[in-house]
Structure formats: structure tokens, C-alpha cells
Design a protein around this ligand. Structure first.
Ligand SMILES: *Cc1c(COP(=O)(O)O)cnc(C)c1O
Length: 357
């Protein structure tokens, strides 16, 4: 158990009145959670304090060698006004494996969830009310020791900030066009593809800039060794429905183990669908598309929940999926997951965790 001190702001900000204008990640709540690490005290000084800039030494290790990682999760407001989290212990477990890979001292699952709950409780009124809106929660850890030298930092800060965000599909769910990236890669065996670290994203921006210039919304990443097997799309996991069965890349080192991915797999298996976590070559995907067997393609991630893919472009070939419209399974997954997250459907799997009382 963390002993969390709470210092509330004397200058609460004006909350956004028009929730249709929230967008994503632009405004932040009144408070943030912070906790420090040093070798003498371990993780200490857990507190919720007014949201504010932080001061770091310019030589702080995070700025030079990117010893940094993050998580992404949401708090949802139910129709009865109560607020809940979705499988927060899974974020805690993933953060633990991320910390381990980056040689950052661990934060226990219990402490992580307690910290998230403490911040959301204090900033509860910031969880927006309109359909499809949520409070996006961003826990992150940075190496703060002031020195230049490539090594594990002796000091860290763990911080959680939160941002009310608008409905992802305010204009309705429109399938996206995806560019299959055959030059740049995002992850290789032995690397950091399976953890949520900023470095992975820094290296991926060039490909998404290229895709945007070409008129696509995201890239589909191929494996880093042969550039042949499908791995992820942007910051989402990806699923293919081929001839009635489901395929997604296995999470063995190069693919981020998404919590939305895991939840979709569990739901689809409970619906009696065959789900294969197996490597799938892009040329086979394109061939199945030509044969009319590629029935649905969708990405999964906390931000969008489910993102239908309407078109895949690989080298000079284009695959149009489900006539560019959302498929039945994609829609069912979206309705089920969002139904559970916003408390409109019964939570039969015990995935939701209430905030306060
Ligand atoms: C966060 C993330 C995902 C999705 O994970 P969720 O837990 O479902 O939000 C997928 N791929 C990458 C690269 C990510 O960073």
C-alpha cells in the first residue's frame, strides 16, 4: 500500500463546457500523481498534487538515452454517474514488464492501480459525461539522474496525468485506409517491440509521416527480419477474419501485448470463433483478398477500441475489405467492448473496476 499525500489545487481550472470539442490529449485535469525513486529510499513520496510543469536537470538521463516508458488507459463514466476503469491490473502488469526490460525498478501491480485510482478519485469531476467520451490516463516513468553516461539511472519519477477526451468516432465509425510499410520497421527480435517505450514511437514517426503524405491514416508494420509477416497497425494490434476464422500476430517479442487485443481474443473465443495467434504473411493476406476470403480487418487499442480497416495497400496492390464498410464481427466487438466499458452491458468477466466506494 502506498501512503499517498493529497494536495488539492486552490485554483481549479474551468472544465470544458462543450464536450464535442474535447479532441484528444489537449487539456489536462487539475492534478497529477507523482512518486520518486532513489537508491536509498526506493519508490517514495507518493502524492497527488496540482498539475504543473516539472523541473529537471538538462543532463537528466531521460533526455539523452530515452530510459522512459508509459501506459495508456481510460476511466469511463457510466449512465448512473459512477466512474470505472477497464482491467487496470493489466496495465500494471504490462508496466512491470516494461520496467524490467528498461532496467527501471518495479512498481507493484497494487501500487500502480492504487495510484491510478487516487488520481481519478481526486479528478473525478473531469471524467466527461457525453456518449463515447472518457478520461484518458497516462502513467509514465522517466530516468531523472543528472549525469551523462549510458547506464540505468539511479533516480526516477513515476507520474500520472489525465486528459478528458472526446468521442473517438464523433462522426461515426469510418473504416481507415492503411499503407503496408515495406521499408521501415518498428521492432526486431530481442528489441523493445513488446514494451511501451517512447523510443519505439520516435523511430516510427517517419513512416506515419510518409503514410499521411500518401493519404493513408496509418501504417501496417511488417516483421523486422523478413518484412513479410504482419505485426501491428500504427499503435494498434491487428486482426484478420479469413474464411470465418480469426488471425492475429503472436505477442512473442516484437508485438505490443494490447489489452484490447487480449479482451477481443477472449470475447471471440467465448463466441465460439477460432482465433489463431500465428504469423501471417502479407502476400497471403493479399491473396486471400483477391480470392474474396479476406472478410474483415480491424485494429484494436485503448484509444479507438476497434478501428475497422477498409483498404490495405501493399506495393502496387490494393485490397478493399468488406466494400470499405465495417464488418459484422468488427461491429459486434466494438458494441460489446464499449458496452462493458461504459457500463451499458453486464460485465460478466469482471473486467471493470469502480472508482470510489
Ligand atoms: C498501446 C499499444 C497498443 C494497444 O494496446 P492497448 O492495451 O489495447 O491499448 C498496440 N500497439 C502498440 C504499439 C501500442 O503502443
Amino acid at each position: 500500500m502506498l501512503d499517498i499525500q493529497v494536495e488539492k489545487t486552490n485554483h481549479p481550472k474551468q472544465k470544458p463546457v462543450d464536450e464535442t470539442q474535447l479532441g484528444f490529449g489537449k487539456i489536462f485535469t487539475d492534478h497529477m500523481f507523482m512518486m520518486n525513486y532513489n537508491q536509498e529510499k526506493g519508490w517514495h513520496n507518493a502524492r497527488v498534487q496540482p498539475y504543473s510543469p516539472i523541473t529537471l536537470d538538462p543532463s537528466a538521463l531521460v533526455f539523452h538515452y530515452a530510459q522512459e516508458c508509459f501506459e495508456g488507459m481510460k476511466a469511463y463514466r457510466r449512465a448512473d454517474g459512477k466512474v470505472q476503469l477497464f482491467r487496470p491490473e493489466k496495465n500494471a502488469q504490462r508496466m512491470l514488464s516494461t520496467h524490467e526490460r528498461l532496467c527501471i525498478p518495479p512498481i507493484s501491480e497494487q501500487d500502480f492501480v492504487q495510484a491510478v485510482k487516487a488520481l481519478v478519485e481526486v479528478d473525478c469531476d473531469w471524467v466527461p459525461h457525453s456518449d463515447g467520451t472518457s478520461l484518458y490516463i497516462r502513467p509514465f516513468t522517466i530516468a531523472t539522474e543528472a549525469m551523462l553516461g549510458v547506464k540505468a539511472s539511479a533516480e526516477y519519477q513515476f507520474i500520472i496525468i489525465a486528459s478528458p477526451s472526446g468521442a473517438y468516432y464523433a462522426e461515426g465509425i469510418n473504416p481507415v485506409r492503411i499503407y503496408v510499410e515495406d521499408q521501415y520497421t518498428r521492432a526486431a527480435p530481442g528489441g523493445t517491440g513488446y514494451i511501451k517505450c517512447g523510443g519505439n514511437y520516435a523511430a516510427s514517426i517517419i513512416a506515419s509521416e510518409k503514410a499521411h503524405k500518401l493519404g493513408f491514416s496509418q501504417v501496417l508494420w511488417l516483421d523486422g527480419v523478413e518484412r513479410r509477416y504482419v505485426e501491428e497497425v500504427g499503435s494498434m494490434n491487428i486482426f484478420f477474419k479469413i474464411d470465418g476464422e480469426i488471425y492475429t500476430a503472436p505477442t512473442c517479442g516484437t508485438v505490443l501485448p494490447g489489452i484490447t487485443r487480449m479482451s477481443c481474443i477472449e470475447l471471440m473465443k467465448s463466441w465460439g470463433l477460432e482465433v489463431h495467434e500465428t504469423r501471417l504473411a502479407i502476400e497471403d493476406v493479399m491473396k486471400f483478398a483477391q480470392e474474396g476470403k479476406l472478410e474483415e480487418v480491424f485494429g484494436t487499442g485503448t484509444a479507438a477500441v476497434i478501428s475497422p480497416v477498409g483498404e490495405l495497400v501493399y506495393e502496387n496492390e490494393t485490397a478493399i475489405i468488406h466494400n470499405g464498410t465495417i464488418g459484422t464481427l468488427t461491429q459486434k466487438l466494438y458494441d460489446t467492448l464499449t458496452g462493458i466499458q461504459w457500463g451499458k452491458l453486464p460485465d460478466e468477466n469482471g473486467w471493470t473496476v469502480p472508482i470510489g466506494g
